[in-house]
Design a protein around this ligand. Structure first.
Ligand SMILES: [Fe+2]
Length: 205
């Protein structure tokens, strides 16, 4: 994999390398029992670490809590906290947050994604997809906490190694935002024009 960096370096310091891999991604739960059942029984991810403290070590906040971890095959983990008495999380300001915020887990093949759909449905989990994104193939569902999960597999080997294309698209997006501001035009409209031009250029739909 190429490791081309477009980030500025700090004068006088050798640049750091990117972190090696995911250690844990942590969420709040209000139902440890349902969360343990879902991740161990349905996701087949073993519960492999847990701690319980009277206060939060990093901040000293006095919330007694349990913190527990489920492991993926590569050793990375998904973790949860349950702190008794914590009020429910506020609803997001727009439903798009419920779609865009998600956690994607990779499997080896399209057949495995399809097998996961069959398994999840048999376990009583509502599943959206499969969706062919041309670079990855995915299904979507939710854990008992409402966290949107994705099981996905790459359809092209270099899907996560296209730095030039990524820089071009992000630059195009940022350009559309600044062009719209300068022209006093609605950003969504300018962005739609840029996306349509891109689609004509690369032939995708
Ligand atoms: Fe995703």
């Amino acid at each position: 994999m190429t490791t081309t960096s477009t980030s500025p370096t700090t004068p006088g310091l050798a640049p750091m390398q990117a972190p090696e891999r995911l250690s844990h991604l942590a969420y709040v739960t209000h139902d440890t029992e349902a969360t343990v059942d879902f991740f161990t029984r349905i996701m087949q991810m073993p519960l492999i670490e847990a701690v319980m403290h009277e206060r939060v070590p990093s901040t000293g906040d006095p919330y007694p809590y349990v913190h527990f971890f489920f492991r993926l095959q590569d050793g990375s983990t998904i973790a949860f906290f349950e702190a008794i008495g914590l009020p429910e999380r506020s609803a997001p300001s727009h439903p798009a947050y419920l779609t865009f915020d998600h956690l994607a887990l990779e499997v080896g093949t399209v057949a495995e994604v399809d097998a996961w759909k069959e398994w999840l449905v048999a376990c009583g989990v509502e599943v959206l997809g499969p969706v062919d994104h041309s670079i990855i193939y995915s299904i979507y569902f939710h854990d008992p906490n409402g966290i949107r999960l994705e099981i996905t597999t790459p359809l092209v080997a270099d899907w996560n190694d296209r730095p030039a294309e990524a820089a071009r698209i992000v630059g195009s997006f940022l350009g559309a935002k600044s062009d719209a501001r300068e022209a006093g035009r609605p950003v969504q409209q300018v962005l739609r024009e840029v996306i349509a031009a891109n689609d004509r250029h690369d032939g995708s739909a």
